[in-house]
Ligand binder design. Structure first.
Ligand code: SF4
Length: 222
C-alpha cells in the first residue's frame, strides 16, 4: 500500500500557491538543506503522520465545493513532493480530474520522478533559487545541475504557461544582478512567469522569511 509522511495540511489558502482556493499538503523530506528554510522540520523530524492517498483524499475533500467553485485544488509542497510520485498519482486517480493539482518543488530530484508524476499535475511552482551553481551550492548544499535539466525537460513537456519560477533575493548569498542573470537564462529556456521576491530579516533570531509570506504558515517553505 502506498503511504507518505505528511507534516501538515493547511486549508482555505487563496491565491498563495495556485489558482482559487487551495489546500496545501506538506510532505516530509527534502534533498536540500537551504540555510533559511522556513520548514526545517520537513527534513529534521523523523516522526510524522502517515497517510494513504485514500485517507488524504477523504480528509481534503471537505473543501470540494470550494475547489470546484474557484478552480482550486491541492498544492503538494513540503519538503519535496517529487519524492512521492506514486502517492500523488494514486491520489489523482482517487480524487478524479476536477481538482487542480499544483506542485511546489525545487525539481532537484531524479528526472524519472518528475516524468512519472507529470500526467497527474496541472501546475508547477518551481523554487529555482539561483541558476548560478556556486550560489546554489552554498545556499542549499547541493548542485543545481539536475534541477535545471529537469526544468528544461518540463518546459518542453508541459509548456511555460503551467510553470511559475520563483527567483528570490537571498541575503548574503545572491544579489539583484544575480537574479537578473537567472531570469535571462530561464527566459532562454522559454520560461515567462517569474515570482521575484526578497527574503527579509524577521524576528530576533534573525530567521529570514519571504516578505510576501511573513504572515503565512510554516509549511510555506519554497
Ligand atoms: S526551503 Fe524547500 S527546498 Fe529548501 S530545504 Fe526547505 S523544504 Fe527543502
Amino acid at each position: 500500500m502506498t503511504e507518505a509522511p505528511i507534516i501538515g495540511i493547511h486549508r482555505h489558502r487563496l491565491t498563495t500557491d495556485g489558482e482559487g482556493v487551495t489546500t496545501l499538503v506538506g510532505f516530509w523530506g527534502c534533498p536540500l538543506t537551504c540555510k533559511y528554510c522556513l520548514n526545517p522540520q520537513s527534513w529534521k523530524i523523523k516522526k510524522c503522520q502517515t497517510f494513504t492517498p485514500q485517507h488524504l483524499c477523504n480528509n481534503v475533500s471537505i473543501d470540494q465545493l470550494y475547489f470546484l467553485a474557484t478552480g482550486g485544488g491541492i498544492t503538494f509542497g513540503g519538503g519535496e513532493p517529487l519524492l512521492y510520485p506514486d502517492f500523488i498519482n494514486e491520489f489523482r486517480s482517487i480524487c478524479g480530474d476536477d481538482w487542480n493539482i499544483t506542485l511546489e518543488t525545487s525539481l532537484n530530484v531524479p528526472l524519472k520522478n518528475l516524468q512519472k508524476v507529470c500526467p497527474s499535475v496541472n501546475n508547477y511552482i518551481v523554487d529555482i533559487k539561483d541558476t548560478n551553481d556556486e550560489i546554489y551550492k552554498k545556499y542549499t548544499g547541493k548542485s543545481n545541475v539536475q534541477a535545471l535539466e529537469n526544468l528544461s525537460w518540463l518546459v518542453k513537456e508541459v509548456g511555460q504557461e503551467s510553470i511559475m519560477v520563483r527567483v528570490p533575493l537571498i541575503p548574503n548569498y545572491n544579489t539583484p544582478e544575480d537574479i537578473e542573470k537567472s531570469i535571462k537564462l530561464l527566459e532562454e529556456k522559454g520560461l515567462k512567469k517569474f515570482d521575484k521576491f526578497s527574503y527579509t530579516i524577521h524576528n530576533l533570531d534573525k530567521k529570514l522569511k519571504p516578505q510576501s509570506e511573513e504572515a503565512d504558515n510554516e509549511t510555506d517553505v519554497h
